[in-house]
Design a protein around this ligand. Structure first.
Ligand SMILES: *Cc1c(COP(=O)(O)O)cnc(C)c1O
Length: 391
């Protein structure tokens, strides 16, 4: 699907010249490293013994009965640290090691990617700096504590709106100044080539496991539908990866509509966005007519991103994937329903995926695989506030 760094018209590496050396070093080496025996041995071993893979593919009997089709849940919420993000950070740490780097930087908004990066750094004994907007540091105190406990240095970004995009600017500035020693771990299938491809390949373990598990459970290795939520798009890319060319499987991508696509508070990129450049990549993003990026909104911190990765932009425009946007209210209700139906409290990001049933009909014989991208512990306060469960 990717050719010379592009998915159709999307992708590429639109970066300042000063960033060219480290990005080029990564581009020239990543495929070789990914294919090497030493990388694969170490990666597979860590996925198994540290991350806890393979994660189960669980047949959700109650939910299936309620909806009237066959629903399987890929349990990424059972990964170490509670979401799929660790697949990527463990992989990229090993890449960094192969490139001879001893220092890791990352940016984080809600702190989930920061925690996954700090975790992998602690494991591998690497120095770790996580850039985070000053405002986010205040809003996401538990994740800041986690990162500190894991030995990472959390560096406040004090410019601009003091949120994710400012943290990204600070991280890029750091990388420009330390290209030799430092690897920059990006947390989703976004950023300049080769990041979208690198992160998709590291997350594709999800897809590979589903194939094997579905063959055992259903007697065929492909489902009728794959469903995942899309922030930047890494858990979705991981789920779709081995099925992208298999037209028997339909792909559904779920984005956050926030308070609704007709309001100014939304993150439904395919509905509200158009072609532009964000974080070094040509893709679909939400911007005003002057090309300034619009502030996104979603109740879930992980879907609160003004763009989507270039692979997803291509899946959308080529109509390989169907995009459904789900608002805060629908997502919260779906999260509560899954908790009560299956005894699994999903992350609010993930809850968006489970709200598609009002938008789409399925046949009794349809087999659906949902990516259960993360667990809801981090979101309990938000759920409780929303439903006033304490009353
Ligand atoms: C970060 C996050 C997401 C969104 O990121 P993607 O790159 O789109 O996968 C989704 N679910 C959970 C649980 C997350 O932590």
């Amino acid at each position: 699907m990717i050719k010379d760094g592009y998915y159709g018209e999307f992708g590429g590496a639109y970066i300042p010249e000063m960033l060219y050396p480290p990005v080029e070093e990564l581009r020239l080496n990543y495929e070789k490293i990914l294919a090497s025996k030493s990388f694969q041995n170490e990666f597979q071993e860590l996925l198994k013994s540290y991350v806890g893979r393979p994660t189960p593919l669980y047949f959700a009997k109650n939910l299936s009965k309620k909806i009237g089709c066959k629903i399987y849940l890929k349990r990424e919420d059972l990964c170490h640290t509670g979401a799929h993000k660790i697949n990527n950070t463990v992989g990229q740490i090993l890449i960094a090691k192969h490139l001879g780097k001893n220092r890791i930087i990352a940016e984080t908004g809600a702190g989930q990617h920061g925690v996954a990066t700090a975790t992998a750094c602690a494991l591998m004994g690497m120095e770790c700096l996580v850039y985070m907007g000053e405002k986010d540091i205040k809003r996401q105190a538990p994740n800041v504590s986690r990162m500190k406990m894991l030995g990472a240095k959390v560096v406040p970004a004090t410019s601009g709106s003091k949120t994710l995009k400012d943290a990204t600017n600070e991280a890029i500035r750091d990388w420009i100044n330390n290209p030799e020693s430092t690897h920059y771990i990006i947390g989703s299938v976004v950023g300049p080539h080769p990041y979208p491809d690198l992160v998709a390949q590291l997350q594709s373990v999800i897809s590979k496991e589903v194939k094997k598990q579905l063959k055992e459970l259903e007697g065929r290795d492909y489902p009728d539908y794959l469903v995942a939520c899309v922030g930047g798009g890494s858990n979705a890319a991981g789920l779709y990866y081995d099925y992208l060319e298999d037209e028997r499987t339909k792909i559904i991508a779920v984005e956050a509509a926030g308070k609704g696509i007709l309001t100014s508070e939304s993150a439904a990129t395919t509905q509200l966005g158009n072609v532009g450049i964000i974080h070094g990549s040509k893709t679909l993003l939400m911007q005003n007519k002057d090309g300034q990026i619009t502030e996104p909104y979603s109740i879930s911190a992980g879907l609160d991103y003004p763009g989507i990765g270039p692979m997803h932009a291509h899946l959308f425009t080529s109509q390989r994937a169907e995009f459904i946007s789900i608002d805060d209210h629908e997502a919260m209700q779906a999260g509560l329903a899954l908790s009560k139906t299956e005894g699994i409290i999903p992350a609010i990001e993930t809850s968006h995926a489970f709200a598609i049933f009002k938008h789409k009909d399925f046949q009794p014989e349809d087999v659906l695989v949902f990516n259960l991208s993360g667990r809801g512990d981090k979101d309990l306060a938000t759920y409780i506030d929303y439903f006033k469960l304490e009353e």
